[in-house]
Design a protein around this ligand. Structure first.
Ligand code: TGC
Length: 386
């Protein structure tokens, strides 16, 4: 299945296995997401019935090894995210939160018992997870989180609040990050624990087919072994954010590709001044610029995926990928919308829905500004965060 917007044959760099994985997820998106997404987005419906199907497709914890996880490569994971986000960023986010954040936290920082207890059921979609780092007053600056955990006998007691936490109101388990004597630690918290409350955030103008919540933690008591034992400190959550940010490097480009393909198809059909829009030079310029930017960003994402599979990918390179892909994708979606004229503001066409979603994708897992400053520090040696 080649795509018309692949002007430089990026596909030739993929193996048959990678193409097969990509095409399988693409077929799933065509069958299960594309026919419904406009309605889900307009009515803010979160298709929770899809979660088990996503698991059955092998998409939860896709690039983790063992514990019932599929053990795919980073490139296959990235390509799967690209296809899912061609459907909708909100649906790709479900897979990111479950696999790259919640499962990844247990996989990277958990004890053997914790991994055995949670990961197989999460891979099968029987348990949905969420990941609570961001707080009402600590977004870009998680070092200043206010949530705390204190030891009381055989238990930990967690108090605080989290905000913008994906899936929290439908999750059975939450990875909660809290300070213990000033050091950030992760806890596995069943969401039916007394004192844990997740409330979906309403009136979103972006990511309408997905859930983000406020969480309140009011004297939440969990057993001593709820603590994730490995990697204390902020590097714990950051090691998980690396996975989610990497996924976005590929994923956002799926939204861009879908918007570009929709615009190309519309431009060939729609006539003004007695000829198709595609025959106007200004339209061709938009289409070519979009395709070239998409292909360039896809090449970067693929390069980073190969580095991840080789074990050489650095967090700064992930920032370069996330920043480039988000910027490229949102520009493409906005430009694609212009080709539809007024029709482009309806849910009949995907570009504006994708652009609205990408406002969130640009912002979560590190804003455009934060990733710029991470790369600025890399270039100059000077940290300019504060
Ligand atoms: P600094 O305090 O110097 O570093 C703390 C420790 O962390 C290490 N580290 C990393 N380790 C692995 N991967 C990375 N990407 C890492 N970045 C930092 C660092 O080496 C240090 O380790 P150690 O052993 O020396 O203690 O922090 P910094 O100056 O490096 O970072 C500052 C800054 C602004 C870059 C960082 O705070 C940052 O990335 N902020 C953005 C936070 C962010 O992305 N938040 C989004 C969270 S998403 C969410 O909560 C909701 S989940 C999505 C959903 O549910 O839908």
């Amino acid at each position: 299945m080649t795509t018309p917007t692949d002007l430089v044959n990026v596909e030739s760099l993929l193996s048959p296995e990678e193409i097969a994985t990509r095409d399988r997820v693409r077929a799933f998106v065509e069958a299960r997401i594309r026919p419904n997404i406009a309605q889900w987005f307009e009515e803010a419906i979160v298709p929770t019935e899809l979660f088990k199907e996503l698991a059955d497709e092998g998409l939860f914890g896709m690039h983790l090894h063992g514990y019932g996880c599929p053990g795919k490569t980073a490139v296959e994971y990235g390509l799967a995210m690209q296809e899912l986000e061609a459907g909708d960023s909100g649906i790709r986010t479900v897979v990111s939160v479950q696999g790259s954040l919640a499962m990844s936290a247990i996989y990277k920082h958990g004890s053997e018992e914790q991994k055995q207890q949670w990961l197989p059921r999460m891979a099968r979609g029987e348990v949905i997870g969420c990941f609570g780092l961001t707080e009402p007053t600590a977004g870009s600056d998680p070092a200043n989180m206010l949530t705390t955990a204190r030891r009381d006998g055989d238990e930990w007691v967690i108090d605080g609040a989290k905000r913008w936490i994906g899936l929290a109101s439908v999750a059975q388990v939450a990875i909660m990050w809290a300070k213990v004597d000033g050091t950030v630690r992760g806890f596995i918290v069943p969401t039916d624990t007394q004192g844990f409350t997740a409330t979906p955030i309403k009136q979103k103008l972006s990511m309408r087919a997905s859930i983000q919540c406020d969480i309140s933690l009011d004297g939440v008591r969990v057993p001593a072994d709820a603590l994730l034992p490995e990697n204390p400190g902020l590097k714990g959550p950051f090691m998980c954010l690396n996975e989610a940010r990497f996924g976005i490097s590929f994923g956002a480009l799926g939204a861009a590709r879908d918007a570009l393909e929709a615009a190309l198809s519309y431009a060939k059909e729609r006539k003004q001044f007695a000829k198709p829009l595609a025959a106007f030079q200004l339209t061709q310029q938009k289409l070519v610029d979009m395709a070239l930017r998409l292909n360039q960003a896809q090449l970067l994402a693929l390069h980073l995926g190969r580095a991840k599979d080789a074990g050489t990918l650095t967090p700064q390179q992930i920032s370069a990928g996330k920043l480039t892909s988000c910027r490229t994708a949102i520009d493409i979606c906005r430009t694609a919308r212009t080709i539809f004229g007024g029709n482009g503001i309806t849910g009949d066409y995907s570009p504006l829905r994708h652009a609205n979603n990408l406002e969130s994708v640009m912002t979560y897992e590190g804003t455009e500004e934060i990733h710029t400053l991470i790369l600025g520090r890399q270039l100059t040696g000077e940290a300019a965060f504060s």
